[in-house]
Design a protein around this ligand. Structure first.
Ligand code: SDX
Length: 440
């Protein structure tokens, strides 16, 4: 930490929590947030008592201070920098939201113009990256390509690797937000044996993304403005989500001083999992497996039978114990897109709507507070747009890059930032003598 940087003021502690253990009483300061649960600062627990806390999955653990995103899972609230997600989805756009996440305020006209100019200045990737793509089998899962491509940006952009230089941190943020759609579209084109399409900077962010995904060198391709607007709204909805698994992965990777490109690659790896960002692809596979509305009761029976290991993908959430506010907006967007494309009779939609109706009235799901989450409808929209299911989580990563890099920047600007290094409850073997091979 540079000597000139002052320590940020810890939140004021107005009261303490008391812990009595082994006939010892220890006090821990408590801090109140501007919203949401207060916290008990247990950072001195080990030094004061010799004990660790134990919280697998971090169900009751706040890992950091943040001013970026607030979620109230019981009320189904999601806000970026204080603005409700449904309002941003309706009145803002993804690039403006990326500015808001990074800087804490909505941009004025001049700031917006400058932000867009900076992003457009970085939409292309180094031409050598084409050779990296050619090293992958065409049938590679695009998330494998994205994890590699994101990390490989560190091999090209040496002038934005110094994580202690604010100007280089900002430059890497712009490069990542601008280049992720290009890398994503390249992964899609490569998987279908089509040539890469270069960014077109006269287009807006989502038009350009759909153009790179679906245009060919052979003829003019006009992006449907309804689909571009729907895509932009979907990207806004997925941009950030507090300290979810992939964002926590980015923060933990960044806490060691790793460069931002490597940290994004770590986030992509975590997002890939079916319990997290991979759920949108798993939802489509589930709907296809159900196949028909008449098969839903049997499927629900399997889900309730724990031994089946089958989950209702797109349902449930660690934080939301109410309807995910993003799912509500996606449901409206879905009907807009299917209407525009004349696909309102999409069979998977019928299954999804009936599955939702049954789940929302079935005691098993109601008592466990399992509601549709952001992944339940997004896949049906993408599929209607002609995007293959293997690309769904890639689109999630394109959007979440804005949140990941904003959270990474916030952590790097925190003078109290230190390497994350959790401890454990050790249940392994105690000390024992080595047995030579001939005696085993
Ligand atoms: C995302 O964290 C974020 O913010 C993530 C995200 C973001 O924007 O970054 O919102 C994006 O990842 C959304 C979640 C997408 N994942 C899925 O849709 C996969 C299906 N969902 C489940 O895997 C699950 O709901 C989780 C992982 C999302 C949350 O799991 P938790 O909080 O660990 O809950 P749990 O596993 O302890 O479940 C509580 C109970 C259990 O039953 P009991 O043991 O109490 O009898 O609910 C059951 C679970 O078996 N349960 C489900 C279920 N989810 C939980 N049962 C059937 N189907 C499900 N989907």
């Amino acid at each position: 930490m540079a000597a000139t940087e002052k320590k940020s003021a810890a939140p004021a502690s107005k009261r303490n929590a008391t812990l009595s253990v082994d006939s010892k009483t220890v006090e821990f300061p408590m801090y109140d947030g501007t919203e949401g649960p207060s916290v008990i600062d247990i950072s001195k627990l080990y030094s004061d008592t010799g004990y660790f806390t134990f919280d697998p999955g971090f169900m009751s653990t706040a890992s950091c201070e943040s001013k970026i995103t607030f979620i109230d899972g019981d009320k189904g609230i999601l806000r970026y920098r204080g603005y409700d997600i449904d309002v941003l989805a309706e009145k803002s756009d993804f690039l403006e939201v990326s500015y808001l996440l990074l800087n804490g305020e909505l941009p004025n006209a001049q700031e917006s113009k400058e932000h867009i100019r900076k992003i457009k200045n970085h939409t292309m990737v180094h031409e050598q990256l084409h050779f990296l793509y050619r090293g992958f089998p065409r049938a590679s899962h695009p998330m494998a390509v994205m994890a590699g491509a994101a990390a490989s940006l560190a091999a090209f952009y040496h002038d934005s690797l110094d994580v202690n230089d604010p100007a280089q941190r900002e430059l890497s943020a712009y490069r990542l937000i601008a280049k992720m759609p290009t890398l994503a579209a390249m992964a899609f084109k490569y998987s279908i044996g089509m040539p890469f399409i270069y960014p077109q900077n006269e287009m807006n962010f989502s038009e350009n993304f759909l153009h790179m995904m679906f245009a060919t060198p052979c003829e003019k391709y006009t992006v449907n403005p309804v689909l571009a607007r729907a895509m932009d709204r979907i990207l806004t909805l997925h941009a950030d989500h507090e300290q979810n698994a992939s964002t926590s992965t980015v923060r933990l990777a960044g806490s060691s001083g790793a460069n931002p490109f490597a940290c994004m690659s770590a986030g992509i790896a975590s997002l890939w999992g079916p319990a997290h960002g991979g759920a949108n692809e798993a939802v489509i596979n589930m709907l296809r497996e159900i196949g028909d509305v008449s098969k839903i009761p049997d499927f629900i029976k399997k889900v309730k039978d724990k031994s089946s290991g089958i989950k209702l993908m797109g349902f449930g959430h660690r934080v939301y114990k109410n309807y995910d506010p993003r799912a509500k907006v996606l449901r409206q967007t879905l009907e807009e897109v299917l209407g525009e494309l004349g696909k309102i009779d999409e069979p998977l939609l019928k299954i999804a709507i009936e599955l939702e109706r049954i789940a929302l009235s079935d005691e098993y799901f109601v008592e466990r507070k399992l509601y549709p989450n952001v992944d339940f409808y997004s896949g049906i929209i993408y599929r209607a747009m002609g995007i293959p299911s293997k690309m769904f989580t890639v689109l999630f990563a394109v959007a979440r890059t804005a949140g990941w890099i904003a959270q990474w920047k916030e952590m790097m600007e925190d003078p109290k930032n230190k390497i994350g290094r959790p401890r454990q409850l050790y249940l392994g073997a105690q000390q024992r003598s080595f047995i030579p091979l001939e005696k085993r």
